[in-house]
Design a protein around this ligand. Sequence first.
Ligand code: GDP
Length: 604
Amino acid sequence: MAKKTTKKVSQNKNRNKKQDNQAGEKIVIFKENMTVPNLAEQMGVSNAVVIKALMQLGVMASINLALDRETIELVALELGYEVQDEVVTDVLRYDEFVIEDEEKDLKLRPAVVTVMGHVDHGKTTLLDTIRKSRVTAGEHGGITQHIGAYQVDRNGKKITFIDTPGHAAFTEMRKRGAGVTDIVILVVAADDGVMPQTLEALDHAKAANAKIIVAVNKIDRPTANPDQVMSELSNYGLLPEEWGGDTPYIKISALKNEGIDKLLDLIDLIAEIEEYKANPNREARGTVIEAKLDKGRGVVATLIVQSGTLKVGDNVVVGTTYGKVRTMEDDLKNRFKEATPSQPVEITGLNEIPKAGDIFMAFEDERTTRQIAEKRLTLEKEGEDQAMRASLENVFKNLGDETKELNLLIKADTQGSIEALRNVLMTIDVEGLNIHIVRASVGAISENDIILASASNAIVIGFSVRPTGNVREIAKQEGVEIRLYNVIYRVAEEIEQALKGMLEPTFEEVVIGQVEVRDIFKSSKVGTIAGGYVTDGIVKRDSLVRLIREGVVIYEGRLASLKRFKDDVREVRQGYECGLSIVNYNDIKVNDVIEVSELKEVEV
Ligand code: GDP
């Protein structure tokens, strides 16, 4: 089943600014990825006070790492504050809203199904066969054009199929909390067996919490060996129902249209049991499946509605773009004016091409959608969303109260190393904590690994392998930690330490330069820009900064921009002038000193 992404929309406007409420209570509002400076600011104390409190609790916190809720509660309590949950009311973060519907408003919706599997095992053929099966003669000729999503109608009940080209698109959607898919059909060719992408697809499906059906395809082939597929997949936790397990296997020939009815019956049955529901009577919200530019029609986006009803004429924000829904049609070019939950639609009317996985939501008027989209675009550019997601330390700390689990993604040189690693990891026994391996496979660390790790909040363990090409860069952007080893016991040792919460930070902050502020410019677009002179060392575009006024640290954060004259630059050295601005901070003054630092990886 798809992860619940619904959140509460409330009118409570007093988030973030907590100190004393009317009743005089001292309150800290908890947000994800809160760091020492965020916490200190809310309580009106200096970072040092928070760090001291943390040290008394035995936590060595580095300033930019996220603190978990329990730690925040303990620190807050120490200083006489109570911790409450953040209620997201900021429309700019509409994609994080929690929508809470009353049970009585929820109506049954069709199941949403994704087909995944190894290349050439028959995904496209299966999607085409299912699609053709419902088209009555004369309705639409040969269906060959690519479609992102469609529905089939069986006995008055619908099923939605979405085509996520490649697993990366699926993961991308899941990573953004889209949780679109209820059921994954894992296609495995009976004459080829379990292949690398089969396992990759399985990892993704499991991580998305989707119900898995295995479709053993190409059974018409003389060399087909379905039992082999079943026994291979049993080793990966998919024990067939007929062997006493709980994974349904259906033998099919996508090409010859055999077993397809059985497959659809099974989906109907699962939908009946699971009772997938949504509220159709609210503002529309859902996810982009794919989008492109069409010569005649402009931006064309395939969306799936997840709650509410989308109507022609609705004003929508989609990620960082917006528009008014001009036309809506299905894959057969039937036009309609309204789309309800689980319904996929191709719409026109957006201003820019959104990304697969972007969340859309309808708002009351065009002005609102334009403002939200534009502001989101600026924020995205500033890179504000790049919270550090997974360092061994904060992954561990982010574990909620109940889910005490450390996710690992293992890449190694040989299957033997993987087995050895599994074995030593199994021996780690820290009470109440689990190690969960989201993927373990042979080969270099790839971009796909990083995407999966990011989506599952996992740490990547590389054993006698290295990341390929620009994978390190991607890992950095995604905030995924890669740890490389070539001695097995070291892995076990460090993971155990991490689980026990004893691991030292893996990054150290190193001061690399100093800038003196000599001039201030105000810009309505970017806020305050400081004209400065690098008195010492170097300042880099991605530096961390500490603003010092008369010897006192006033603010800590990171650079939003760095310029030489009018040009954006990556770095400026000692003896040169530069222009800079700081993320979320505008109160820079002449004579302020900016201490510049960067995080250096500590050898493991
Ligand atoms: P995809 O890469 O997973 O989308 O695989 P395709 O659907 O493109 O299929 C790859 C090849 O396998 C094509 O040549 C199909 O015609 C063939 N194929 C797909 N399903 C079957 C099947 O059930 N039986 C046989 N014999 N061939 C199939």
